[in-house]
Design a protein around this ligand. Structure first.
Ligand code: ATP
Ligand code: MG
Length: 337
């Protein structure tokens, strides 16, 4: 299900956005072109933005969270550097909003174990997990996410492709809750995908913070060049855009094209017989040029950690107020008041 930007432009007040990230490391180009750029655009169109820093969800695939508070501040830093306006957005950490976690319980009752086990993203995340055994939290992750999205009654969720199965769970839960309690408390949120819903990392797999294959927004120009130089490609000299047959080359072309404001086919045409080395040089230059202002802003913002904490404090306060109202409503319709 896709909402078009034209629909949003016509009536931005009809939409509320919730999306977020796990504080597992610095944001990368996959985040930027997969969802972050869309978040900033939506905010500029006048849509209200909620950003969850999903700190409890770090524990889905590892035993402990590494410096969660510090990493949460780093996410705020990346958001602001990318252009999110903290005056108009609610940026909060999952763990600071207890009412949100209370929603998890009735939501868990609305999905079957078999449905949770079938989720293809959960399967992929299990394959890349840093744990020897799979915890219960891994399976309940999509339901957790439903609580994140529905506590503020968001109806639009800008995400990467890997999140579509999770969003489908949220939609199912919203519908089933409304049906079971004969209410209209929750909207059925829609995904908003970008032109780069699955940017590949340097190893040819999904670019991910936790897989050592990502180009961070905050990386310097030399680190960026080094990462792109080491990216997996193929041996065919002629560069062509063919995501099916040549996924790695095509993902690099897409990345370069997004940075240059061109179509990937046109970039491929221009490179022609230049081979992977020319492609990589061009993409490196395009990425470093594109990220220059974002990186400059990031360096400035990084000097004031107190500001990042203040943004989070304000966001947590607002998210708590919103979550308390929704929880009261839920308890009311469930007859628990
Ligand atoms: P981790 O490896 O710790 O899971 P991640 O890089 O997958 O980190 P998440 O915090 O899980 O990042 O994802 C945050 C958001 O960014 C989600 O909406 C996800 O779909 C999107 N996203 C992550 N990686 C990509 C990518 N490579 N291309 C497009 N979107 C992405
Ligand atoms: Mg992930």
């Amino acid at each position: 299900m896709q909402t078009s930007t034209v629909q949003i432009q016509q009536d931005p007040a009809r939409y509320r956005v919730l999306t977020g990230d796990r504080p597992t490391g610095p944001l990368h180009l996959g985040h930027y072109f997969g969802t972050l750029q869309n978040r900033v655009c939506l905010q500029q169109l006048g849509v209200e933005l909620f950003l969850v820093i999903a700190d409890y969800q770090v524990l889905t695939d590892r035993d402990t969270a590494d410096r969660p508070a510090e990493r949460a501040e780093d996410l705020v830093l990346d958001y602001l550097a990318a252009g999110v306006d903290p005056e108009r957005a609610t940026i909060f950490t999952h763990s600071a909003v207890p009412a949100l976690n209370q929603l998890l319980l009735p939501f868990l009752s609305l999905v079957s174990v078999a449905e949770l086990q079938r989720n293809p993203t959960v399967k992929d995340e299990i394959a890349h997990s840093q744990q020897n055994s799979v915890s219960g939290l891994m399976f309940t992750y999509p339901v957790h996410q439903a609580a994140d999205i529905l506590f503020c009654k968001a109806n639009l969720v800008p995400v990467g492709q890997d999140q579509l199965p999770h969003l489908e769970t949220t939609r199912t839960i919203a519908r089933r809750f409304n049906d079971r309690y004969a209410t209209t408390v929750f909207p059925t949120p829609e995904a908003l995908l970008s032109d780069a819903p699955l940017l590949l990392g340097t190893d040819g797999g999904k670019m991910s913070k936790s897989r050592g294959n990502a180009i961070a927004l905050g990386a310097d120009t030399d680190q960026t060049a080094q990462m792109i130089r080491g990216a997996k490609t193929d041996t065919e000299r002629r560069i062509s855009y063919d995501p099916e047959q040549r996924p790695e080359v095509s993902s690099l072309l897409l990345l370069g094209a997004l940075c240059e404001g061109l179509q990937p086919q046109d970039v491929a045409e221009e490179i022609g017989d230049g081979g992977s080395a020319t492609l990589k040089r061009r993409v490196t230059e395009a990425v470093n040029e594109y990220l220059r202002p974002i990186r400059a802003r990031r360096a400035e913002l990084a000097a004031d950690r107190a500001h990042l904490r203040a943004v989070l404090r304000a966001g947590n306060e607002r998210a708590n107020a919103v979550a308390d109202v929704t929880l009261a409503e839920v308890r009311e319709v469930m007859g628990m008041r």
